[in-house]
Ligand binder design. Sequence first.
Ligand SMILES: *[C@@H]1O[C@H](CO)[C@@H](O)[C@H](O)[C@H]1NC(C)=O
Ligand SMILES: *[C@@H]1O[C@H](CO)[C@@H](O)[C@H](O)[C@H]1NC(C)=O
Ligand SMILES: *[C@@H]1O[C@H](CO)[C@@H](O)[C@H](O)[C@H]1NC(C)=O
Ligand SMILES: *[C@@H]1O[C@H](CO)[C@@H](O)[C@H](O)[C@H]1NC(C)=O
Ligand SMILES: *[C@@H]1O[C@H](CO)[C@@H](O)[C@H](O)[C@H]1NC(C)=O
Ligand SMILES: *[C@@H]1O[C@H](CO)[C@@H](O)[C@H](O)[C@H]1NC(C)=O
Ligand SMILES: *[C@@H]1O[C@H](CO)[C@@H](O)[C@H](O)[C@H]1NC(C)=O
Ligand SMILES: *[C@@H]1O[C@H](CO)[C@@H](O)[C@H](O)[C@H]1NC(C)=O
Ligand SMILES: *[C@@H]1O[C@H](CO)[C@@H](O)[C@H](O)[C@H]1NC(C)=O
Length: 324
Amino acid sequence: MAKLFISFLTFTVALASCGGVLAFSSSSPAGSPRDPFPPAMLMPWFCTTACGYNMSQIMDHVHQAVDLATHDASILNTVAYEWYSLGPNSTLVVDLGMFDLNYHILKNDTLTALFPRRFALVSTNSSSTHQFIEWMRQLFETPEPFVSAVVDDVVARNITGLNIDFEPTSNNITNEDAANFATFLNLLRQRLEVHNKVLTIAGATWSPIWNLTLIAQALSGSEDSNVNSTIGYFTSMNTYAKKDEAFQRELNRNIEQFGTYGSLKSLVVGLETWPTKITPEELDNHFELLAQHNVCRIAIWDMPLTPAMLPHLKNLSHRCTHKE
Ligand SMILES: *[C@@H]1O[C@H](CO)[C@@H](O)[C@H](O)[C@H]1NC(C)=O
Ligand SMILES: *[C@@H]1O[C@H](CO)[C@@H](O)[C@H](O)[C@H]1NC(C)=O
Ligand SMILES: *[C@@H]1O[C@H](CO)[C@@H](O)[C@H](O)[C@H]1NC(C)=O
Ligand SMILES: *[C@@H]1O[C@H](CO)[C@@H](O)[C@H](O)[C@H]1NC(C)=O
Ligand SMILES: *[C@@H]1O[C@H](CO)[C@@H](O)[C@H](O)[C@H]1NC(C)=O
Ligand SMILES: *[C@@H]1O[C@H](CO)[C@@H](O)[C@H](O)[C@H]1NC(C)=O
Ligand SMILES: *[C@@H]1O[C@H](CO)[C@@H](O)[C@H](O)[C@H]1NC(C)=O
Ligand SMILES: *[C@@H]1O[C@H](CO)[C@@H](O)[C@H](O)[C@H]1NC(C)=O
Ligand SMILES: *[C@@H]1O[C@H](CO)[C@@H](O)[C@H](O)[C@H]1NC(C)=O
């Protein structure tokens, strides 16, 4: 697998410059940060090569998404895909062996129109999950060259923004790490917004690295009217919970932190396809709770979507696009 370590000194790869501008769905009063997501949104994560899918499987996933977006669930208007990861010493790793979903979409006008938002993950290196906290600490200490490299690359490739998916498993993570993580996210959000790009993060509650209060502040944007600020989004993994009680508890916790921060909505509720684990009753209950809370922005790990989930997505799409 060809891997390219990009640092801001060595980043010389000339990519076609792309002048795409995002269509913003809502305008905000002066001084209020922009909320660039549409009111109703379904964002599936494509794990593609990182999950070991071959090309024909990946094409099946793309076709499933196209089919849903075209027929039953028009809110499937955003995609996320594995692409970057963090290396040691604040380096950006682009694994060129990975399937490039963004490029695949952009070279086809129909697909580009269907999926105007494409988020690249910055993943945790799965062979270094224990060491990963050390790499995160190096990043927090010295955000460059990683930040420059990733922002430049996102702009050059005409990617909408990032989905930071750092999942360190070390047992010595401290509140200080959590505070530094939130500070880093705020910096990255600001650096992206200058280029009209958007920060999303995948977060959960099983590690102290995610302090939801601090992350909500980092994602909330600046109220300063001199700054053209853009909010970021928390795509929740704690709501992958299977049992109803846990799902409800984690959903409530996220709504409390991200659903009402300032006047903005920074929450995208994450669901898991759980092909064999979740029961039809649990699925009913989870979608019922989403309806009760008027949740219209969801993300799903990962493609392909299970048949049992499809009627729920169709109904959610209908509910969220036919409001009074
Ligand atoms: C960049 O992305 C936007 C949004 O999807 C798209 O409208 C535009 O055509 C893209 N530009 C290029 C040069 O691919
Ligand atoms: C892709 O993987 C699937 C599932 O493992 C397999 O059935 C199929 O034959 C593979 N296709 C190719 C072209 O390798
Ligand atoms: C990271 O930087 C330190 C200090 O400059 C150096 O000793 C170390 O070899 C670097 N590690 C990697 C993996 O580049
Ligand atoms: C673009 O994608 C659509 C939807 O998958 C497909 O039907 C069409 O054939 C593609 N066009 C080209 C030129 O590949
Ligand atoms: C993940 O880490 C291992 C060992 O630290 C390294 O060999 C590998 O290249 C890394 N993979 C990526 C995608 O950075
Ligand atoms: C924290 O744990 C990681 C492994 O999980 C280890 O590499 C690191 O040295 C530890 N740091 C401290 C300060 O104990
Ligand atoms: C999150 O950080 C704040 C500010 O440092 C602190 O007061 C709070 O206790 C932290 N929350 C958790 C759950 O650790
Ligand atoms: C902020 O950025 C958006 C998107 O580029 C633009 O439409 C808007 O005019 C900008 N607002 C100000 C006050 O610069
Ligand atoms: C979807 O909505 C229809 C019409 O309201 C209803 O009959 C059906 O049971 C719903 N399906 C699911 C899976 O909730």
